[in-house]
Write a protein that binds this ligand. Structure first.
Ligand code: AMP
Length: 114
């Protein structure tokens, strides 16, 4: 099934893209919860972390390199940031195309609401 993120990757629907290469696309979250809220998405559609295979290892490692670059470009590399991947229902995943949230620009507080 084609997700909304696949459509963004292919340029079929608009998004505020901050980075794109042959394996990864990153764009601003439409409903940001922090001053910096970027979604880093593999161009390959993988539904959840449960669907990752060993063939994806290198590509998924690249997400971290891209996150580091975007954080530096946006001036939050030094102050710090949070990388978050939700999986499935209890994880709060809404879009079933793996994505890493890059959050920063303020103190983010504890990792989870109690
Ligand atoms: P998750 O709950 O981890 O699946 O996160 C999905 C994220 O996608 C949410 O933070 C949404 O605000 C964001 N989102 C949904 N549709 C779009 C879109 N068209 N462009 C940018 N971000 C989106």
């Amino acid at each position: 099934m084609t997700t909304i993120f696949s459509k963004i990757v292919k340029g079929e629907i608009p998004a505020d893209i901050v980075y794109q290469d042959e394996t990864v696309t990153a764009f601003k979250d439409i409903n940001p919860i922090a001053p910096v809220h970027i979604l880093i998405v593999p161009n390959k559609e993988i539904a959840t972390v449960n669907d990752v295979t060993p063939d994806d290892e290198q590509m998924l490692g690249h997400l971290f390199i891209v996150a580091q670059k975007i954080a530096a470009d946006l001036g939050i590399g030094g102050s710090g940031y949070r990388l978050l991947i939700n999986c499935g229902s209890d994880g709060g995943q809404e879009v079933f195309h793996i994505h890493m949230h890059l959050l920063g620009g303020r103190k983010l507080g504890p990792m989870l609401a109690k």
